[in-house]
Write a protein that binds this ligand. Structure first.
Ligand SMILES: Cc1cc2nc3c(=O)[nH]c(=O)nc-3n(C[C@H](O)[C@H](O)[C@H](O)COP(=O)(O)OP(=O)(O)OC[C@H]3O[C@@H](n4cnc5c(N)ncnc54)[C@H](O)[C@@H]3O)c2cc1C
Length: 186
């Protein structure tokens, strides 16, 4: 798709062979003719915590659909009547670890307060206000390959926060497998 679209510029579609895309796309990337990469796109369904998706959604050119704490009532059977939390990567789940102990305790307290509020008549959209950013969330994220390259450059970098960096590296691994010519240089 990328090669066929890009070769329109030069009317060189006759040069397309089974192997020609690698050289063409590599030269497109080298020359900074990045808009051609916008002809291909990828979607990911991501399950993580809300502080990670808060960083992800800063990337304005993607399209997102995210689990809404306004509409989801975690006291219902379909959520197993519990709130799921996703531990930050840097907290290790050892029983005698004080950091882990404090994190888990505050999640348990938040869950209890949420359930109390709902049973006292609060709507989920109000009860959610006390939930921490470690709450599990689900997000579908769609973007073109140019955006994905930009996202991966920023979020796989050593300056990126560790949870979003972990996620970005997982995504990079998949994209490198699916489209090595476009993502292999990252
Ligand atoms: C290590 C790191 C630390 C960060 N720390 C903070 C922080 O402390 N506080 C904070 O608020 N944010 C922080 N951010 C978020 C950061 O400021 C960006 O909001 C985020 O990385 C999205 O990047 P972007 O704007 O380049 O990308 P996107 O929104 O994905 O946009 C892609 C590109 O499109 C172009 N573009 C998009 N919209 C516009 C526009 N309106 N005008 C002109 N060009 C546009 C730009 O070239 C941009 O690079 C951090 C990000 C990183 C990676």
């Amino acid at each position: 798709m990328i090669e066929r679209s890009g070769r329109t510029c030069y009317k060189s579609e006759d040069l397309i062979t089974i192997k020609s895309s690698e050289r063409f796309i590599t030269s497109i990337i080298k020359s900074g003719h990045d808009s051609v990469l916008e002809h291909a796109s990828a979607s990911f369904r991501i399950v993580t915590n809300r502080f990670t998706t808060h960083q992800i959604v800063r990337h304005r050119l993607f399209s997102y659909s995210q689990e809404s704490q306004r509409y989801c009532n975690y006291t219902k059977d379909k959520f197993d009547k519990e709130i799921c939390f996703v531990r930050p990567i840097e907290i290790h789940p050892y029983e005698d670890d004080l950091e882990f102990y404090s994190w888990r305790l505050s999640c348990q307290l938040a869950e209890k307060s949420y359930f109390d509020m709902i049973s006292n008549g609060s709507k989920p959209e109000v009860a959610r206000s006390i939930l921490p950013s470690s709450c599990k969330t689900e997000l579908v994220m769609t973007g073109n390959f140019r955006n994905w390259r930009h996202f991966l450059k920023l979020r796989c970098d050593s300056h990126a926060q560790s949870d979003v960096r972990y996620l970005a590296n997982e995504i990079k691994g998949i994209l490198c497998c699916m489209a090595p010519t476009v993502f292999g240089d990252l």
